[in-house]
Unconditional design. Structure first.
Length: 180
């Protein structure tokens, strides 16, 4: 489990550095991954690895924390359901190609009328629910790192979205909050 954890932490660091690079150097951005090239496959591979290994830690480090009361499930399950539902609604509204970073038109409907980043908000709620549910310090670290990457991601994505969609995106941003 130690090697898997280190690989997960290194993947998170690379994703965070990649997002910060894009924010700092928008003309040399590697994110959002818009063209199927080396960066596209590399960054998606890192995301894929994180999203496969994070749930593994739920099983590998189950219930090793301090909150062993079954009451935690009453808090965790609604967060998991709400977060998963919001992610699913956002993905269904946006479509898989747009969700993966390919430009195919600005979407301002469904959950995107409430927030510009419903999938990230849903992921955050889901991650908090999983952290509480699993009662694991390792799960808390890995899931909070993923949440941090997703918190920073819109700042890397928004300049690209403005380039793609121009005034329509600027107007959308004025009317719809980034998060809530």
């Amino acid at each position: 489990m130690t090697i898997l954890l280190y690989a997960n932490l290194i993947s998170h660091a690379a994703l965070l550095v990649g997002a910060l690079w894009c924010i700092t150097f928008p003309s040399r951005r590697i994110y959002p991954m818009t063209a199927p090239d080396g960066w596209y496959y590399g960054m998606w591979s890192l995301f894929g690895f994180v999203f496969v290994t994070n749930p593994l830690f739920v099983f590998l480090d189950w219930n090793t924390g301090f909150w062993t009361s079954p009451l935690r499930f009453w808090l965790a399950v609604p967060l998991i359901v709400l977060g998963g539902g919001l992610v699913s609604w956002g993905m269904a509204t946006l479509g898989s190609r747009r969700t993966s970073g390919l430009a195919e038109g600005l979407i301002a409907e469904g959950p995107y009328l409430l927030t510009r980043n419903p999938q990230y908000i849903g992921d955050f709620l889901l991650f908090v629910g999983v952290i509480v549910f699993s009662n694991s310090a390792i799960v808390a670290v890995t899931h909070l790192l993923t949440a941090l990457v997703l918190l920073v991601a819109p700042f890397a994505e928004e300049p690209w979205l403005e380039e793609q969609y121009g005034d329509a995106y600027v107007s959308y941003c004025k009317n719809v909050p980034r998060y809530l």
